[in-house]
Design a protein around this ligand. Structure first.
Ligand SMILES: [Fe+2]
Ligand SMILES: [Fe+2]
Length: 169
């Protein structure tokens, strides 16, 4: 029997992925303070605290994108971010007293940023394809901040944090 349901389209995919990243950003918002608290390096602590403030803005921007497409903000469990933050939690537990803790936290944080960069890059492209100019601009603003954060974390990783871990070996 033929179904009379219209096949899902790119607009549905955009809405579903928006719910996924909305869930992810809220999860990151809950995780960043724990990472800031755990970090030994004051620079790393400051980086996490700065990105916490930016992440609040990312959540607000996503709510604007929901408004642009005429939908209520809703989250859909994102298995990827659950896995990435679970690994981060393991590092915090297993390397609690280790000089390598900050290197582990940096690696976990960069995995988060790379996930976000991947999602925001895709969603910005889809928004443009769907003619959602305002949504594309909002997603682009966040994408730029995720990329900047990734660069800042790389710099921290290359400098004091990893040096400290090696010196303690
Ligand atoms: Fe974000
Ligand atoms: Fe981020």
């Amino acid at each position: 029997m033929a179904t009379n349901k219209t096949p899902k389209g790119l607009d549905d995919l955009f809405h579903d992925t928006l719910k996924d990243i909305y869930f992810a950003e809220k999860k990151i918002l809950a995780t960043l303070p724990k990472m800031a608290k755990a970090a030994h390096s004051p620079d790393l602590k400051a980086a996490f605290e700065k990105h916490y403030t930016e992440t609040q803005e990312h959540v607000a921007r996503l709510e604007e994108v929901f408004e642009v497409i005429g939908k209520k903000p809703a989250a859909k469990t994102c298995a990827a971010i659950m896995g990435i933050t679970e690994e981060g939690a393991e590092i915090m537990e297993e390397y609690k007293d280790s000089p390598a803790l900050d290197a582990g936290l940096l690696a976990a944080a960069q995995a988060v940023e790379h996930y976000e960069i991947s999602r925001y890059g895709t969603m910005r492209t889809w928004a443009s394809e769907l003619g959602l100019t305002e949504a594309a601009q909002l997603l682009d603003l966040t994408l730029a901040e995720e990329k900047k954060t990734d660069v800042a974390l790389t710099k921290l990783a290359e400098s004091a944090v990893n040096v400290a871990a090696e010196a303690a070996e």
